[in-house]
Design a protein around this ligand. Sequence first.
Ligand code: SF4
Length: 341
Amino acid sequence: MDVLRVEGLKAFYIVESAGEQRAVKAVNDVSLSVRENEVLGIAGESGCGKSTLLKSLLGNIRPPLRHMGGKVTYLQGEREVDILSLGKEERQKLMWQHISYVPQGSLSVLNPVRRIGDTFRSFVGAHLEIKKEPGRFESLVKRHLEDLGLPVDTLKAYPHQLSGGMRQRVTIALATILKPRLILADEPSTALDVVVQRGVIQLLRDIQTEQRNTIVMVTHDMAIHANISDRVAIMYAGRIIEEAPVEQIFMKPLHPYTQYLIGSLPRIGDKSHRISAPGAPPSLVSLPPGCAFHPRCPQAKPICRQEIPALSLAAKEHRVACFLAAKEDADVDSTEAAGSR
Ligand code: SF4
């Protein structure tokens, strides 16, 4: 069952430059669906539009970002809700108990001059009737922290008294205390060292298993996707260019850009030179015609410079936006089919 569906979403930053209005096409015709109880990873180089996509999924589109078209539909109970058509108040009602958000840094969430316990109390109090039921807040927060393996003493601390990793764990605890159906996480372990990073990602995975919620996780780090994501969508220049179950993305990437992304990852014991994609990503203000990857693609054909490849099914649950990859895979499939007859 799909709990979130995105159809033809476009969100552009409209900026003034030298007296002219320009559109930065950060999210450019994105369609995807997220199934109940899965972790969908969104990957791609920085500046590809993945964080803007997450912002748009939250309905958090404020100038200079502008919604240019498309829909973001959540399943709330049996009801379908288009978050981009809701007013601020209605959107707030959907937040935290239904959709929750884990930001990049804990400092935008935790007030530096308040104890962690006070932050939890005002957050929970804004959503549940804790004043009418003495002791409810204390037992709820204690149980939640214990479930997450966090010391209850953390509630007495100020944010600056905690390590970066512990602050991020607290932020995740706050975002999940109301057991949301969906968690949108934006680079939740960036700026942490590798060991702490692993702990934070494992914490999110444990919560997802325990609470049976769905996670949309944005990170440029493919190693994190290998650890937590069930499916991965790769973004390039504002579009999704490949989407597949995580094993397939790593074992058989079809898009040349994804092949570079996977091929450039270091491997234990392999000292060979890793090759990353030549050149640099295009400007989102003036995208090249046709496939936006064509100036960097060694396999580009004349059609690639003229037409934008559609994201189409190349194998089971595997979609790719590449003239060559889609065709090659179709050929392989038909050969296999012929061979098995
Ligand atoms: Fe390369 Fe063409 Fe495929 Fe784009 S559509 S990735 S340019 S082969």
